[in-house]
Write a protein that binds this ligand. Structure first.
Ligand code: GLU
Length: 298
C-alpha cells in the first residue's frame, strides 16, 4: 500500500507592520500598527515588524529606533526579528535580475521632464539623452487590469497600463523602489495578510503584478481608513497635536481602537497597554472597521 499523501497544512496566518523611518510614530501610523496586530492576533497568527528604510534620502536619523521603542511601550512586540530593508539589497537584486532576464523589466533613461507630456506615466521610452545611471522599470503590458477584494474597501480595480504605466523598480539614484522591496519582503517573511493604510490601495495592483512575475503568492489585503486632517491631507509626523506619548500610550491605543470602529472595552482600573491589548484581541471584529474616517484637527 502506498503511504497516504502527507497532509498539507496552510501557511500560518502572519501579518506585519512596515513603517518607513521618516519620523516618529503618530496617530496615523499607530492605527496601522494596532490594526495589523489585531488582525493577526485575533486570527491566532503571528505579527512581524519591518523597517522600510530603502529611501535613504527621506530617512530621519534615529526615527527607526524611536518607532520600535514606541511600539514596545505600546505592548506591540513582534514575533520575530525586525527586518530592515537596508540590509536586503541582495534579495532585491536577485528579483530584479530575474525580471530583467524574463523581459519583464528594462533599463530606462527617461527623466521626469521627458514624461511630463504623459502626466508622468511611462508608456514607452521617450528619453532625449542617455543617463549614466538609468532606472529600471517593470514593463506593464497594454490592457493590464488588476482587481482584488479588499477586506475593508471592497472590490478595487485598476488599469495599471493606463493609470500607472511602466513603474520604477530601481531608481536612477540607486535606491530600491518601495514596490519591489515590499513584494520581495512580504514573500520572504511569509506574510499572508497585508494590513495597512488606504493610501496604499492603489499600489496593490502593482504589487500583485510583481508577485505574479516573480512566482510569489499574493497575500490577502485589508486597507484601513486613512486619518486625514481638515485639509484632506494624510496626517503626517508633523501633526504636533496628535502626540503619542511612549510614557502613557493607553489613550492613543484607545483612540486608535475607537477609530477602528470597535466597541468600547471594559478595562479594570489601572489597566496598562498589555491588559488593553489582551481584551482588544479577544473582542476585535474586523467587519466593524469603517472604510473612511471623518477628518481630525491637524
Ligand atoms: N512603509 C510604508 C509606509 O510607511 C508602508 C508599506 C506597507 O505597509 O506596505 O507608508
Amino acid at each position: 500500500m502506498p503511504d497516504p499523501a502527507p497532509a498539507i497544512s496552510p501557511p500560518p496566518h502572519r501579518g506585519r507592520f512596515a513603517p518607513s523611518p521618516t519620523g516618529d510614530l503618530h496617530a496615523g501610523s499607530l492605527l496601522a500598527a494596532l490594526g495589523s496586530w489585531l488582525c493577526a492576533r485575533s486570527a491566532g497568527g503571528e505579527w512581524l515588524v519591518r523597517i522600510e528604510d530603502v529611501d535613504r534620502p527621506r530617512e530621519v536619523p534615529g526615527a527607526a529606533e524611536r518607532q520600535l521603542a514606541t511600539l514596545h511601550a505600546c505592548g506591540l512586540v513582534p514575533d520575530g526579528p525586525v527586518l530592515r530593508q537596508s540590509g536586503r539589497g541582495n534579495a532585491y537584486r536577485a528579483a530584479l535580475d530575474r525580471l530583467l532576464a524574463q523581459g519583464d523589466a528594462f533599463h530606462c533613461h527617461c527623466s521626469r521632464a521627458d514624461l511630463a507630456a504623459t502626466g508622468g506615466v511611462h508608456l514607452h521610452c521617450v528619453a532625449h539623452r542617455r543617463r549614466p545611471d538609468p532606472a529600471v522599470r517593470f514593463r506593464v503590458r497594454p490592457r493590464t487590469r488588476i482587481g482584488f477584494q479588499d477586506r475593508v474597501q471592497g472590490w478595487f480595480e485598476q488599469d495599471v497600463s493606463r493609470e500607472v504605466g511602466d513603474f520604477v523598480l530601481l531608481r536612477a539614484d540607486g535606491c530600491w523602489a518601495y514596490q519591489l522591496a515590499v513584494v520581495v519582503d512580504d514573500a520572504a517573511q511569509g506574510v499572508t495578510e497585508v494590513v495597512r493604510g488606504a493610501d496604499l490601495l492603489d499600489s496593490t495592483p502593482r504589487q500583485m503584478l510583481l508577485q505574479r512575475a516573480l512566482g510569489l503568492p499574493t497575500p490577502a489585503y485589508l486597507h484601513l481608513p486613512l486619518l486625514r486632517g481638515r485639509d484632506g491631507r494624510k496626517l503626517s509626523k508633523s501633526e504636533a497635536d496628535l502626540p503619542l506619548d511612549p510614557g502613557d500610550p493607553l489613550p492613543s491605543l484607545q483612540l486608535a481602537w475607537q477609530r477602528l470602529g470597535q466597541a468600547a472595552l471594559a478595562l479594570p482600573s489601572g489597566a496598562g497597554p498589555e491588559a488593553f491589548l489582551d481584551a482588544a484581541a479577544a473582542h476585535f471584529d474586523a467587519r466593524r472597521i469603517p472604510r473612511s474616517l471623518p477628518p481630525v484637527d491637524g
